[in-house]
Design a protein around this ligand. Structure first.
Ligand SMILES: Nc1ncnc2c1ncn2[C@@H]1O[C@H](COP(=O)(O)OP(=O)(O)OP(=O)(O)O)[C@@H](O)[C@H]1O
Length: 636
């Protein structure tokens, strides 16, 4: 019984269709990759479901994808005998975009077609790419396990809406017919189509077939009879799972094509690693590092993970158990010989085999990155720009590999004089001065605030390198990375600088002398500021600035407090240690002031200045300005 309905596309689908047609014109043929990929996925899904219900094959277990053209009608058809779709499935999958964060993604598009086409490429256009070349698309499908009278026909001209209808469909699976636009006729050309299909389907593990026209019986040159050849479906691809082939037989192009097939990325991968593990564990992994971060990498709800196969049978997408979250940008697959075919996400959760594979795969990825960092610094910088932030979650998440992950981190530093994060901890250690046993760093709100912080003055003067950190995640990272290769990481805004052997005897003596000659001054300031500061001290780190604030060891840093405040969490009331530089003219001037009120004003001014430069803000900025103005007026 026919039952036709018209549905409107979800707003985002309309936007996607519009953008695609206007921005993907230089890369039209990708629609074939998308549709053949979907058809192959449908075959994989059916094979998986049939593991527990053989009847789903309906006597036809030879899964394949068929591509054909009709030059007269100007059509291309992609047909599979995979899992198919129900009516509800059709409305959902071919009328909406299910990815979370889609609406935000569309909001961020700029309207500049060349830029947006890049983004749209990363987003993945999937089925809708059919409309790059087609003015009308007809989908006929029937889900495995449903009757022939439960077929569904979907028709759309790619504008605002589509129709769905119930039809008779004898064969299970999906048939997609593209009515090509006049100017896209080339895709109905058999020869052209064959060359594209060869390119896009070689790595696909189900056979992709094209119709080979037969020839009628003819007469040869000598008048002999040449037998008629019947038309037949001809397999266009190797149709073996790419990862089961030997590495030496697989070209870079094939690896790249396979990457696009599994990741739905439009650009080439940056690098990959293909390995077979034998022994206690038996599995093959094929892991790719993309060249660009996916648009939704920071979306917490996004599913990520590897494709899981068991003995070459596709089991599931996004098996996140094989990869720690800080490596979530890795794409690829694992094919295990040890897991059972009926493995579920729950079984994977707490499974010895999974854990061992995860350990192996994590090491493999770290190894890949170490090799890249060593052999191709420029490429590693590109990697770092895309995925460095994710890697910074590593030391907190992966205790066992903390040191290896730390070795892969890159920071800006006073050594390079630029904001570019190019300095590795190993490079820092190599440059450490004689007698230096700590890695010094500062975390601030911006690179400029870090680079210009007064806390660096003495270290700069002594030529001691300081790592400059200013990303949101840095404070969190540094909380978990307190040591690297037996060297402590030491904040220049915390406690003492602990210069150790970096300070010579004369310097120490001079510092002690200054501290004792300033005792009275320190005591006076302490009395005035006792409510606001934990302690007042003579500084060891300033040369050109009158004063600064530091946090005591074991106290929460101001960066951490800011992070917690931003997350709406309660924060402790931490009083800073106030360090003064008696050699600075302003502090020397203060020492001469007899009037107690004037002295208190000066002390407050110095403290608030120091807090402003440390935190970038003050609890009561107008009080600070008022105080400063009063003092300026007093001076005139
Ligand atoms: N040939 C097909 N057989 C069965 N289902 C299909 C077929 N083609 C598409 N689908 C269904 O439609 C959904 C949407 O397909 P589409 O290509 O738009 O996105 P996707 O493949 O899920 O995502 P992406 O391509 O971005 O990874 C698929 O997930 C699948 O459920």
């Amino acid at each position: 019984m026919s039952h036709q309905e018209t549905h409107g596309f979800q707003t985002e689908v309309k936007q996607l269709l519009h953008l695609m047609i206007h921005s993907l014109y230089s890369n039209k043929e990708i629609f074939l990759r998308e549709l053949v990929s979907n058809a192959a996925d449908a075959a994989d899904k059916l094979r998986y479901m049939a593991l527990t219900d053989d009847a789903l094959y309906e006597g036809d277990g030879e899964l394949r994808v068929r591509v054909s053209t009709d030059k007269e009608k100007n059509t291309v058809t992609i047909e599979d005998n995979g899992v198919g779709m129900t009516r509800d499935g059709v409305i959902e999958h071919l009328g909406t975009i299910a990815k979370s964060g889609t609406a935000e993604f569309f909001k961020n598009l700029s309207g500049d077609e060349s830029k947006d086409s890049q983004l749209i490429g990363q987003f993945g256009v999937g089925f809708y790419s059919a409309f790059i070349v087609a003015e009308k698309v007809v989908v006929k499908t029937r889900a495995a396990g449903h009757g022939a009278d439960e077929g569904v026909q979907w028709v759309s001209e790619g504008e605002g809406d589509f129709t769905v209808d119930t039809i008779e469909k004898a064969n299970r699976g999906t048939e997609i017919t593209l009515y090509l636009r006049e100017e896209e006729k080339e895709f109905a050309d058999d020869f052209r189509l064959r060359s594209i299909i060869t390119k896009y389907s070689d790595h696909i593990s189900v056979p992709v077939e094209m119709w080979q026209e037969g020839t009628p019986e003819t007469e040869g040159p000598e008048g002999e009879k040449v037998e008629a050849v019947e038309g037949k479906w001809q397999v266009m691809n190797k149709a073996t799972a790419l990862w089961t082939r030997s590495k030496s037989d697989i070209s870079d192009d094939e690896y790249q094509e396979f990457y696009k097939h599994i990741s739905h990325d439009y650009s080439d991968a940056m690098l990959w690693s293909h390995n077979r593990v034998e022994g206690n564990q038996e599995y093959t992994s094929l892991l790719y590092i993309p060249a660009k971060a996916p648009w939704d990498m920071w979306n917490r709800d996004k599913s990520h993970g590897l494709k899981l196969f068991v003995q070459r049978v596709f089991i599931m997408d996004d098996a996140e158990q094989f990869m720690p979250s800080y490596l979530r940008f890795v794409q690829g697959l694992v094919d295990s010989n040890d897991l059972p075919l009926n493995v579920s996400r729950e079984i994977l959760q707490d499974n010895k085999v999974t854990k061992a594979m995860r350990t192996g795969i994590t090491k493999r990825v770290l190894g890949m990155l170490e090799k890249l960092a060593k052999n191709d610094e420029e490429k590693y910088q590109q990697f770092w720009a895309e995925f460095g932030q994710a890697l910074k979650e590593g030391p907190a998440e992966d205790f066992a590999n903390k040191e290896r992950v730390a070795g892969l981190l890159r920071f800006a530093s006073t050594h390079t004089g630029t904001a570019a994060p190019t300095v590795a901890l190993d490079a820092y250690i190599e440059r450490m001065q004689e007698g230096q046993d700590k890695i010094y760093y500062i975390v601030a709100d911006s690179h400029e605030a870090a680079a210009n912080s007064p806390h660096l003055e003495l270290l700069r003067k002594k030529g001691i390198e300081v790592l400059l950190m200013s990303e949101r995640i840095d404070e969190w990272l540094i909380n978990h990375l307190t040591e690297y290769k037996d060297k402590k990481l030491h904040s220049v805004t915390r406690g003492d600088l602990e210069l150790g052997d970096l300070e010579d005897k004369e310097e120490k003596e001079a510092a002690e002398k200054l501290a004792s000659s300033s005792e009275a001054l320190v005591k006076r300031i302490s009395e005035v500021l006792s409510d606001q500061v934990k302690e007042v001290k003579v500084t060891s780190r300033l040369t050109d600035t009158p004063a600064c604030v530091v946090v005591a060891d074991g106290e929460m840093s101001s960066q951490m407090i800011k992070l917690m405040e931003a997350a709406g969490q309660p924060v402790p009331d931490v009083k800073p240690t106030f360090e003064v530089n008696p050699e600075h003219p302003l502090i020397a001037h203060m020492d001469q002031i007899q009037d107690e009120q004037a002295f208190a004003d000066w002390s407050n001014l110095m403290l608030q200045q120091a807090q402003l430069s440390e935190k970038g803000s003050l609890n009561d900025p107008s009080a600070f300005i008022k105080l400063m103005n009063q003092m300026l007026v007093g001076k005139v």
